[in-house]
Design a protein around this ligand. Structure first.
Ligand code: FAD
Ligand code: NAP
Length: 345
């Protein structure tokens, strides 16, 4: 039994192995939080000493441009609890430090359905709501019930419902109005007891074409998603990266029609009656950037949306290449690409 919280603050802590881009950067202080009690002590310290706080999960969606001048809180809270069920659904509460893909595998094992399209996304459960993670036609919001968090200023616990999270495309209230205000401690998922497969993405349909639709299982969907991802995306363990570096831009139908005249093979997907989502990877690829190398940073040769650290890149070098690509895409297509990972400091 623990008698009192004992967070251990490590000064000048090297974060290179804790970010999947593997760029070198030091935190002024680092603390790993394994117990919820420790959070209050950490919150007290950042408030008393007026320190900036970076909550770190798997480090797969951040770019450390330089040393971090504050406290890095490494979220390591673990645990899963089945909090409710009825004949159709189960509600699973999962601590923020759990690994995302391990959770997907756990759910597949226990026949809790809904996460299969989100297989093999790196990172932690606590970070998933931040950008409403999505892949292959499913987003976190589709399986989300609520989350718990600690208010950094007051230290008080708060619950956010789905509406309160204001989920959008790779977006949530935690990237906007509530940015840097909360430490997410758990997420509760509402999962189904009967599979409800989402196979609208062409790559999925093609890979499963040999199986009759009624016979496809969530495990097969997950396996196919993993296979496709492994074939297209660099494994951060081998080639450091943060996945898609830019969000897919959403443009007006008018702008899309103009561009389509110039680029008949432009790829776009309707968002609503007035807006179209454009594949950013296509814009970058057609801009001639695929496979481009700039010193230690490169544009991946199988997926132009991914920037890779070829060995000794620093965060500011990665950002320089990102800026060049943004300027080029703006010049060619008149479209502004938004960076997806959060850049620190
Ligand atoms: P981190 O990088 O540690 O943090 C990201 C942000 O969230 C930071 O601002 C951090 O402060 C904040 N944060 C983290 N945890 C908490 C918490 N507990 N409380 C408050 N704030 C917190 N994303 C997708 O959406 N879809 C994909 O298909 C996808 N594929 C990827 C593939 C690869 C190869 C890689 C490297 C990345 C991919 N990503 C994808 C991006 C990334 O995996 C996700 O955004 C993931 O949710 C980030 O989790 P993390 O724990 O690594 O977050
Ligand atoms: P892809 O299948 O080659 O498709 C390219 C883009 O077109 C995707 O970004 C996707 O948008 C969009 N798209 C394709 N089919 C669509 C459809 N039927 N309806 C609406 N949009 C469609 O993409 P990929 O690069 O191999 O990635 C596959 C999935 O994994 C995508 O969902 C992607 O977002 C996700 N992924 C995300 C990251 C990340 O770091 N964020 C990294 C790797 C993969 P969406 O991106 O909106 O789905």
């Amino acid at each position: 039994m623990r008698l009192k919280p004992v967070p251990l603050y490590l000064p000048d802590f090297n974060l290179q192995t804790l970010n999947t881009l593997a760029v070198p950067a030091k935190a002024r202080y680092y603390v790993a939080v394994n117990h919820e009690d420790d959070l209050l002590a950490v919150v007290k310290k950042v408030n008393n000493e007026n320190l900036p706080l970076l909550v770190l999960g798997g480090g797969s969606n951040i770019v450390l441009r330089d040393d971090y001048p504050g406290l890095v809180l490494h979220m390591r809270l673990l645990g899963k609890e089945l909090v409710n069920e009825n004949d159709k659904f189960i509600w699973l509460k999962v601590s923020a430090g759990e690994n995302w893909h391990a959770l997907v595998e756990y759910c597949l094992q226990y026949h809790y359905w809904g996460l299969e399209n989100l297989s093999l996304i790196p990172g932690s459960v606590g970070a998933a709501p931040i950008q409403n993670i999505g892949a292959y036609g499913v987003e976190l919001k589709d399986v989300f019930e609520e989350l718990t968090a600690i208010d950094i200023r007051s230290g008080l616990p708060v619950t956010f419902t789905r509406d309160a999270c204001e989920f959008g495309y790779r977006d949530s209230v935690f990237k906007g109005r509530c940015k840097d205000q909360y430490i997410i401690t758990s997420v509760t998922f509402k999962l189904t007891k009967t599979p409800n497969l989402q196979l609208s993405y062409p790559a999925l349909g093609e890979a499963l074409a040999s199986i009759e639709t009624n016979a496809i299982t969530p495990q097969q969907v997950s396996a196919v998603v993993c296979d496709i991802r492994r074939s297209k995306l660099p494994d951060p363990e081998k080639i450091p990266n943060v996945g898609s570096f830019f969000k897919n831009p959403v443009i007006s139908l008018t702008q899309y029609d103009d561009l389509k005249l110039r680029y008949p093979d432009l790829v776009g997907y309707p968002v609503d009656e007035q807006q179209i989502k454009i594949a950013a990877g296509w814009l970058i690829d057609r801009g001639g950037w695929k496979g481009y190398e700039d010193g230690a940073v490169a544009v991946h040769d199988r997926q132009a949306l991914v920037l890779t650290n070829q060995g000794h890149a620093k965060g500011d070098q990665v950002m320089r290449l990102a800026k060049k690509i943004q300027a080029s895409v703006l010049e060619i297509y008149g479209i502004t690409l938004e960076t997806e990972p959060r850049v620190y400091p």
